[in-house]
Design a protein around this ligand. Structure first.
Ligand SMILES: [Zn+2]
Length: 177
């Protein structure tokens, strides 16, 4: 019997959980989003790169300004060994974003956690971490999960994900660009 492998990719790890999956907020000053990234961490450079990637893909319609204190931040990023399962609705999450919104879907704060390891102690590759960073920033700027496995907003992480045309179209719709 010939076995045919139908799957073109393997979902490695459940990526993250979005706590407010049904709320799609947006920043009212998208060209001045203040970001605090936990300093002195070797993943900080990669995180900065992920924010720059979103700016580049949106043709600088989203601009992230680094600040030196979480007090002044719109988006805060913290690196953790593992995601606390109590905070997440899946026990295999490797990234997490919690957003706060006011009325009119105005985003007022977002906190992103990026893990180094899965819950069963597998150290994540740089690619997995980078994809997770792009995904969590996607939530922090208002995107929900995508059903498309090739989108960076798909709930799982795999090797073929990138920010898709659809992700950018949804942002355009959300921000009325
Ligand atoms: Zn997610």
């Amino acid at each position: 019997m010939i076995k045919r492998i139908l799957l073109i990719f393997v979902i490695l790890i459940t990526l993250c959980s979005s706590v407010f999956a049904d709320i799609q907020g947006k920043w009212f000053h998208p060209k001045f989003i203040r970001v605090y990234i936990q300093p002195d961490h070797y993943k900080g450079r990669l995180m900065t790169q992920a924010f720059r990637e979103w700016s580049k893909l949106t043709k600088n319609k989203l601009i992230f300004q680094k600040v030196t204190s979480p007090k002044f931040a719109d988006i805060e990023v913290e690196f953790v060994d593992k995601i606390n399962p109590a905070q997440s609705n899946t026990d295999r999450a490797i990234g997490l974003t919690k957003t706060s919104t006011q009325s009119n879907r105005k985003l007022v704060h977002a906190k992103i956690w990026i893990a180094q390891k899965t819950h069963d102690d597998k150290v994540l590759s740089e690619d997995e971490v980078y994809t997770t960073m792009l995904h969590e920033i996607g939530h922090a700027i208002g995107l929900n999960h995508s059903q498309d496995p090739e989108s960076v907003m798909y709930y799982g992480v795999n090797v073929i994900q990138e920010v898709s045309e659809e992700d950018l179209r949804l942002l355009k719709e959300l921000y009325l660009w």
